[in-house]
Design a protein around this ligand. Structure first.
Ligand SMILES: [Zn+2]
Length: 343
């Protein structure tokens, strides 16, 4: 019978954790890594249900069964034995918050087989908070499960990584993602009829993440996404048409200066430039950014392959620099210069 049947994708970790949960040999702590909207919280809740499920010894039942009293309470967030810790509005999770959690970890479960602690955005725990958690990870009381959710396991202290088992959320293929959205989201079904190209853009931007696709389908985020796509299209045009340094510089300086937002836009721009390089060489290549192949082909025809390739490399370099904490303005100026030098 299937493991975690309500979670789409991530088959490898579903099978691994499902078999381990059924055999009762689950580790006491897991580090679940995945980008925003990749289903980390859903999976953590399902693992909690799997260890407490009343049907876990019945090999003919899916795990979790989803219908026993324990599963129902956990999946509806109605039990004190499964506790989420979020950073809320704060930038980090403090050592005080972890100390409070530790005092709760010492108490037994009240109504379920296990007591589960799920820490969201675990990478935002301060080093002191991570160190405070180490004791609980080293000597956990019996029947306690700790799940740390993070966007990057690299942001966790090595001592935390070595005391937990790593699970990486998987990628859902576009076709599979679309099928799921059409079955479960009213907005997706409406968009499929009114503007199928917009639905394709959302699926492409979600990049294999169901939660992210659902977020992008909300009207407010849809508007933001299409504004970002417009900015990226204009910049790709400036890079491809290679009119003048001032045209490239002006377009580059329109980019946002907040690091996270800029990185997101440059990632889209990198995909757009990669599309232009691809269609130049292989007219039928899979496109990552452009929805209209004829537009990509037309833009790619504006410049030779070496120049487009160098412009894409300049964008990738800018993303690399931003991730390495380089100054935003200097990175943008260097991007405009490199993209022009490529011309
Ligand atoms: Zn159950």
């Amino acid at each position: 019978m299937p493991y975690f049947p309500t979670l789409v994708g991530s088959d490898e970790i579903k099978s691994r954790i499902g078999q381990t949960a059924r055999s009762g040999r689950l580790s006491h702590a897991y580090l679940i890594e995945g980008r925003r909207g990749s289903g980390k919280r859903t999976f953590a809740r399902l693992i909690s249900a799997a260890v407490c499920c009343e049907a876990k010894d019945d090999p003919t039942s899916p795990l979790p069964c989803g219908i026993c009293a324990a599963c129902k309470k956990i999946l509806a967030d109605k039990t004190p034995d499964v506790r989420f810790l979020d950073r809320g509005e704060k930038a980090t999770i403090s050592v005080e918050a972890i100390r409070t959690l530790r005092s709760e970890i010492a108490l037994s479960a009240t109504e379920l087989d296990y007591k589960v602690f799920i820490i969201s955005d675990a990478h935002t725990m301060t080093p002191a908070a991570q160190n405070a958690l180490l004791i609980s990870l080293e000597e956990p009381p019996p029947n306690v499960l700790i799940l740390l959710l993070t966007e990057s396991c690299e942001a966790m202290l090595p001592t935390i990584r070595s005391r937990t088992q790593l699970l990486r959320m998987g990628y859902v293929e576009d076709a599979h993602l679309k099928e799921h959205l059409l079955k479960t989201s009213r907005e997706a079904s409406a968009l499929a009829k009114s503007s199928p190209e917009k639905l394709s853009a959302i699926i492409s931007a979600a990049d294999g993440r169901i939660g992210e696709a659902l977020r992008l389908l909300s009207p407010k985020t849809q508007t933001e996404l299409f504004k970002k796509r417009q900015t990226v299209s204009e910049l790709a045009l400036a890079f491809a048409e290679a009119r003048s340094f001032s045209a490239i510089y002006t377009a580059t300086m329109k980019l946002p200066t907040k690091r996270a937002e800029l990185t997101e836009l440059l990632t889209m721009l990198g995909d757009a430039m990669r599309d232009l390089c691809s269609v130049r060489r292989f007219p039928d290549a899979k496109l990552l950014f452009f929805l209209d192949r004829s537009e990509a082909t037309r833009l790619a025809g504006q410049g030779d392959f070496a120049r487009l390739f160098a412009a894409e490399a300049a964008v990738r370099r800018a993303i690399f620099d931003l991730n390495a904490n380089a100054n935003v303005q200097i990175t943008l100026t260097a991007l405009a210069s490199s993209a022009f030098a490529a011309i």
